[in-house]
Every structure is written in structure tokens, then in C-alpha cells.
Write a protein of this length. Structure first.
Length: 120
């Protein structure tokens, strides 16, 4: 909807934020009820850095295997990983960069979010 309405900044920002939330859902999946989570894992999950969140998520090795089997997924990650929470303040996001992010985000066979949904 944002993209269709030419709100490229919002489309880009919220797609990246959704990836952050998906990675944090993978982190949360590792924590069992009534257990104390590992303090370092918790501290490292308090970030917006997608590369760091992938490391903490518990699915990094599986993701690397999926990237090895699907080069396009790796290309999608190369687009997504550069997202920053500071992009919410950017007023010059181009249509192309928003479109690239949305494809890298949601494509059924190569989208990062599509892959993460299967692992949270």
C-alpha cells in the first residue's frame, strides 16, 4: 500500500522493521517458558542491526545453508542487511531502492521474510 501510494520511505523503512521483528521472533523462539535466557543473547538482541540479529537468532547456520542452495536468497539478504532504523528519517528513498527492498523482503522463493516465517 505505501509503495503503491509512492510513500517509498515508509515502504522501505517498514519492510526492514518487519525483518527486524522476524529475527527477534526467532530469538524469542529459543527462550522456553520458566527458563532464564542467556544474558549475552538477550543483550545482543537489543539492537536494530540485522546482521547481529541473524547471529543471535539461532537460525544463522540454516540461513547460510539456504543461501548456499539459493543464490537469489543471498542477493535478497545483501539488500535487506543494509537497512537501518535511521532510514525512518530518510526523505530521499528512491522508488528503485524501495522496490528492491520489497522484493528482497517478501518474494515467495527468495524473500528474507518468507524464509524467516518458516523458522520462527
Amino acid at each position: 500500500m505505501l509503495f503503491r501510494e509512492r510513500a517509498f520511505e515508509g515502504a522501505y523503512y517498514l519492510a526492514g522493521y518487519a525483518i527486524e521483528c522476524a529475527l527477534k521472533a526467532c530469538v524469542a523462539q529459543q527462550i522456553r517458558e520458566f527458563d532464564f535466557p542467556d544474558k549475552r543473547m538477550v543483550e545482543r538482541s537489543y539492537t536494530h542491526n540485522l546482521t547481529q540479529l541473524l547471529e543471535v537468532s539461532g537460525v544463522k547456520v540454516q540461513f547460510q545453508g539456504a543461501v548456499a542452495a539459493n543464490e537469489a536468497l543471498g542477493l535478497s539478504w545483501s539488500v535487506v542487511k543494509d537497512w537501518s532504523e535511521a532510514s525512518r528519517y530518510t526523505i530521499s528513498t528512491t522508488e528503485k531502492s524501495a522496490q528492491d527492498m520489497l522484493l528482497a523482503f517478501a518474494d515467495e522463493s527468495t524473500g528474507v521474510l518468507s524464509w524467516l516465517k518458516k523458522h520462527w
